[in-house]
Design a protein around this ligand. Structure first.
Ligand code: MSP
Length: 519
């Protein structure tokens, strides 16, 4: 039982090339989800990192004319820097070249062997190095290419150690069907159940002729297959430091493991679902460990209708985006592009349009107007909050409960783009409320009524700041600052913060600051 802890992971990314917007998409989603759970008072363990072994990385290092380790250090450093620039608040960054991880992988392989779940045999078939995947002829496109890389796979014949997947397939299927091991969205669950209907072959856990990898402890001609090495990161992170690992008790008695295992949510895109939804649970069953509660599989996006690729020169670097739009706007633009869970296309031209519409002219302009009117009409103090009735339009106070309800439902369904839409819709309703009540005219006729209107607007901004916090944490703080409550407000519990009336009447508000410059 782990009542108040939440364990969340992203895939660990290959270091064959620099981080791009695709990696940023999953990591930003994970960050927003992690922040949302922290806001609700949960202790979150958010793990991300880099996948550094295997033929693909060794080849990339060779092309760059560097030793694999030096090459990995550089690119892993770039991933860390990019996450820092994007204000990602992960709790741990794991690298598969970390000594602890490597010792841990060897330890878990020994446990699988002791269990009797590994055997030696020959593999003869296809291998896609960019995927690091033993691929079957059925999976190829009509031209005989790997569907993800549009390249012909290699034909290989080699000795491998294999994992007895067949022993666990029935139980994995049952756990997926009964949602004990949830796969979302539903279409992905169906896809995996479809795959499980076919006869799936046992998979390799080791390869010869791949020197850049973790040696198999009992057969030095082999290194551990990079996917097995990589999947185990979700587990090795919990091993105690600097130990010779002998029994599973060492893992099970580790405080962090007891607190956080199993993962509550594992995020990834659809191309790596087989590894996470079939191989990974089978390995865990063999190790007698509880399975993740849920994996959520989001779609793949293209850029301006084309697959993102170095050769097409259309790879978007997240740092270029932060230079142009600023940090929080980049976070917003990446996550609001299309439905989280579906495939989508990123149209770069849309970024500027959306930035101006939703952020500069939307949230930013609304905040500026409300703060300016409060300065001008009420000497920078939150005015009297008189109960008011509006015959022909709902006041913000009357709709806020529904806004929160919709927002929470969307968040709990991981409809992240929907959460953002709910917030922007609310800012639009507030703009309409200003148009309707015309506080800039009303102030000349009825000061008391104007006070109520402005109180409603200021208090709504406070709610919006809470709602954008998982997505745009710096902007949330800037709004609190302009409302004069930066020192006190973030200490509140969410349950308290979401009640109407949290802004004290008479609160001295801060100075107006432009949140998003128009582009
Ligand atoms: N190293 C493996 C994962 C091992 S996890 C135990 C790997 N690495 S990767 O660098 O190729 O990263 C794949 C992941 O990056 C995807 O599953 C997804 O999370 C993210 N994305 C990369 N490109 C993307 C898009 N174009 N669209 C959406 N997500 C993208 O696979």
């Amino acid at each position: 039982m782990k009542p108040n802890a939440f364990y969340l992971t992203t895939p660990i990314y290959y270091v064959n090339a620099q981080p791009h917007i695709g990696h940023a998409y999953t990591t930003l989603a994970a960050d927003a989800i992690a922040r949302w759970h922290r806001l609700q008072g949960q202790e979150v363990f958010f793990l991300t990192g880099t996948d550094e072994h295997g033929a693909k990385i060794a080849e990339a290092a060779q092309t760059a004319g560097q030793s694999p380790k030096l090459f990995c250090d550089q690119i892993a450093g770039q991933f860390q820097k990019t996450w820092q620039n994007l204000n990602i608040a992960h709790n741990y960054f794991i690298r598969t070249t970390d000594a602890k991880h490597q010792a841990g992988v060897q330890f878990f392989l020994k446990l699988l062997k002791e269990k009797g779940d590994l055997y030696e045999s020959d593999y003869q078939g296809l291998y896609c190095t960019p995927c690091e995947n033993f691929i079957t002829a059925k999976e190829l496109t009509a031209e005989g290419f790997c569907p993800y890389h549009q390249k012909k796979p290699n034909i290989i014949k080699e000795k491998n150690w294999f994992f007895k997947l067949s022993k666990y397939l029935k139980i994995v299927k049952k756990l997926i069907e009964t949602d004990k091991f949830k796969i979302e969205p539903l279409a992905r669950k169906k896809e995996i159940l479809g795959l499980l209907k076919q006869k799936l072959a046992d998979f390799s856990v080791s390869r010869p002729n791949v020197s850049w990898g973790v040696p198999l402890p009992w057969d030095k001609t082999q290194t551990i297959y990079v996917w097995v090495d990589a999947l185990l990161n979700y587990l090795t992170v919990f091993l105690p430091e600097d130990k010779i690992y002998k029994t599973c008790f060492q893992l099970k008695s580790a405080a962090w493991f007891k607190k956080f295992w199993p993962p509550d949510l594992q995020l990834m895109a659809k191309e790596i679902i087989k590894f996470h939804a079939i191989y990974w649970p089978a390995i865990l069953l063999s190790l007698d460990l509880p399975l993740p509660k849920k994996i959520f599989v989001h779609g793949f996006f293209s850029i301006n209708g084309q697959k993102m690729s170095k050769s097409l020169g259309n790879v978007i670097n997240p740092t270029e985006m932060t230079d142009k739009f600023g940090l929080d706007a980049t976070r917003y633009l990446i996550l609001s592009q299309f439905t989280f869970g579906n495939d989508g296309d990123i149209k770069e031209n849309n970024f500027v349009e959306k930035y101006n519409a939703d952020l500069a002219n939307g949230l930013g302009n609304l905040t500026a107007r409300v703060i300016t009117m409060t300065e001008k009409y009420f000497n920078s103090k939150a005015p009297q909050d008189q109960p008011s009735k509006s015959a022909n339009q709902k006041t913000p106070e009357q709709i806020i409960t529904q806004v929160w309800l919709d927002y929470k439902t969307a968040f709990n369904n991981l409809a992240l783009d929907q959460c953002l839409k709910i917030i922007i819709d609310f800012t639009q309703k507030l703009d309409q409320y200003i148009q309707k009540t015309e506080p800039y005219k009303l102030i000349k006729q009825n000061r008391q009524k104007t006070a109520k209107v402005l109180y409603n607007l200021l208090e709504s901004l406070r709610h919006i700041a809470w709602q954008i916090m998982p997505f745009m944490p710096n902007t949330a703080n800037k709004i609190f600052e302009q409302l004069g409550i930066l020192n006190s407000e973030p200490n509140k519990l969410l349950s308290e913060a979401q009640k109407w009336g949290g802004l004290q009447v008479g609160q001295k508000i801060g100075k107006k600051e432009i949140l998003f410059q128009r582009i």
